[in-house]
Ligand binder design. Structure first.
Ligand code: PLP
Length: 419
C-alpha cells in the first residue's frame, strides 16, 4: 500500500482492509457507514499540545462526545468545556471531576445553572445579564462562589477594516457596551475575573490567527478597566483549523505557543485558556462507507454511496469535502497498474441534492462494492449530522488502539429510533 495519502497510516489501512465486511460483530444491523478513531495517534497529538506552560487547554466536547475520546483527553490532562446537560453528564460518566469542567453556551436557563452548580461545576462563561443574575442567585443559595468569565462579542464600526470579515451578530455573549453597564459589586456570590471571546472558525494561518488575537486584546483590557475588574483569565475559545483541502496550509503549534506567550503578556493575565475542538480531535477520525452505484450522467462521473450527509454533514454545510481515498486491495492493485485518476462526483443516498460529499479524485476503475475512506472526520462528524432522514441506519463507531480495531457502537437500524 505505497500509495496511501499522508493522513492514513499503513497499520490502520491494513486493519480496515482486513475488516472488509460492513456487517457488525453481532451480524444483525448492516453497517452502511462507520467512524474509526485512532486513539494512539490522538494520544500522541494531545501530548504534544500539552508540552508548554503558556496556555491551559480545555476540550470543547461538542466536537466529539464519544466516551473513549473524552477519556483519552482526560488522560492527557485536558479540561472540558460543556454546553448542555447532556454533555455534562457524558463527561461526568467518564469519571472526570467537576472541577475540570466549564460551562459555555447561549441557552443556560436558571434551572440548568443551578443543576451545574449542584453537580460541582465551578467555572462558567456567562453570556447574558440574565445568566449573570441567575448564577449569582443560585450560587448565593448554594453557598458557592464560582469563577466567572464574561463572554464578549466584538463588532467593528462601519467603514473600519473588520478583522473578522462580516459583521453578523450572533447570540454568543454581549457587546462591551452592554457589559460595561454592570457593577461587579452587585454579584457578591461570583468571582468575576475573566473575559472570553471566540468568534472565528477553522483558521489556517498563524499570522492571521495572531493578528486576530492581538486585535482582541485592547477592547478587552479596556472593558476590564471600565469594570474595575482584576483581569486574571483570558479565554480565546477555539477556531484553530484543519487543512481539509490538503493544500498544506497547516498551523504550527510551536508558533501558536510563542504567539500566545505574547498575547498573554499584552493582556497582562495570569492565565490564558483555549477550548479546542477541531484541532484536538479532527485528525484522529476516519469515516468509511461503500460505493452502491456508479454511472456517467451527462458528462459527470457519479458515485452513489451507502451513506452521506446522514452520517457526515460537514461537506454540505461548508462546501469543503473531507479528503478521501479508495480502500480495497483491488483498487490499490489497479491503481498501481494504471495510476489513472478521475474526478468523481460523490453523492450520498438521501433524496435531496444537498447530499453530496464532494468532487474527489479517485482511481478511474473504482467500482461498486468498494469502500471509500474519508480523513479528518474526528471532529464534527458523528454528532453533527442528520441521521434520521430517510430512515437509514445510524453509523457505527470503532476505535483503533494498539493495533486493534474495537467496536464501540454497533450500527442501529431505523426500527430502533422510529415510533
Ligand atoms: C465550538 C466551540 C469551541 C471549539 O471550536 P473549534 O473551532 O472546534 O476549536 C470552543 N469554544 C466554544 C465556546 C465553542 O462553542
Amino acid at each position: 500500500m505505497s500509495n496511501l495519502p499522508h493522513w492514513l497510516g499503513e497499520k490502520l489501512a491494513t486493519s480496515l482492509l482486513a475488516k472488509k465486511t460492513f456487517v457488525d460483530e453481532a451480524g444483525l444491523d448492516h453497517e452502511n457507514g462507520y467512524f474509526v478513531y485512532h486513539l494512539d495517534n490522538l494520544k500522541r497529538h494531545l501530548a504534544k499540545l500539552q508540552q508548554q506552560d503558556i496556555v491551559k487547554l480545555w476540550y470543547a466536547v461538542k466536537a466529539n462526545p464519544l466516551s473513549n475520546i473524552i477519556k483519552t483527553l482526560g488522560g492527557q490532562g485536558f479540561n472540558f468545556d460543556v454546553a448542555s446537560v447532556g454533555e455534562l453528564q457524558q463527561v461526568l460518566r467518564q469519571d472526570i471531576v467537576p472541577k475540570r469542567i466549564l460551562n459555555t453556551g447561549p441557552a443556560k436557563s436558571k434551572k440548568q445553572l443551578n443543576y451545574f452548580l449542584q453537580q460541582g461545576v465551578n467555572t462558567f462563561v456567562v453570556e447574558s445579564l440574565n445568566q449573570l443574575n441567575w448564577l449569582n442567585e443560585c450560587a448565593q443559595a448554594q453557598n458557592s462562589k464560582p469563577t466567572v468569565l464574561l463572554r464578549v462579542q466584538l463588532q467593528w464600526p462601519d467603514g473600519e477594516k473588520n478583522p473578522l470579515g462580516g459583521n453578523s451578530l450572533t447570540p454568543f455573549g454581549l457587546a462591551t457596551t452592554q457589559w460595561a453597564q454592570i457593577q461587579l459589586g452587585d454579584y457578591p456570590a461570583l468571582d468575576i475575573c475573566g473575559l472570553h471571546i471566540f468568534q472565528w472558525g477553522n483558521m489556517l494561518s498563524n499570522e492571521k490567527m495572531y493578528s486576530l488575537w492581538s486585535q482582541m486584546v485592547p477592547p478587552l483590557t479596556q472593558l476590564a478597566t471600565q469594570l474595575n475588574m482584576n483581569l486574571k483569565i483570558l479565554d480565546l475559545g477555539g477556531g484553530l483549523g484543519l487543512d481539509y483541502l490538503t493544500q498544506t496550509n497547516t498551523l504550527s503549534w510551536s508558533q501558536i505557543i510563542s504567539d500566545l506567550a505574547q498575547i498573554k503578556q499584552q493582556a497582562g493575565v495570569e492565565e490564558l485558556w483555549l477550548e479546542l475542538g477541531r484541532y484536538a480531535v479532527g485528525e484522529c477520525g476516519y469515516y468509511v462507507t461503500e460505493i452502491i452505484d456508479k454511472k456517467t450522467n451527462f458528462a459527470e462521473q457519479q458515485l452513489v454511496l451507502a451513506a452521506g450527509i446522514n452520517h457526515i454533514i460537514r461537506p454540505a454545510i461548508t462546501g469543503q469535502p473531507f479528503p478521501c481515498c479508495a480502500l480495497s486491495e483491488k483498487v490499490a492493485l489497479k491503481k498501481n497498474a494504471a495510476e489513472k485518476m478521475l474526478d468523481y462526483h460523490v453523492y450520498g443516498p438521501l433524496c435531496t441534492s444537498l447530499d453530496k460529499l464532494g468532487t474527489l479524485p479517485l482511481p478511474a476503475n473504482i467500482d461498486v462494492g468498494e469502500p471509500l475512506i474519508f480523513g479528518y472526520c474526528g471532529a464534527y462528524g458523528f454528532s453533527e449530522s442528520m441521521p434520521f432522514f430517510l430512515c437509514h441506519n445510524i453509523a457505527a463507531e470503532y476505535v483503533f488502539e494498539q493495533g486493534k480495531l474495537t467496536q464501540v457502537r454497533a450500527a442501529q437500524a431505523a426500527s430502533t429510533y422510529l415510533r
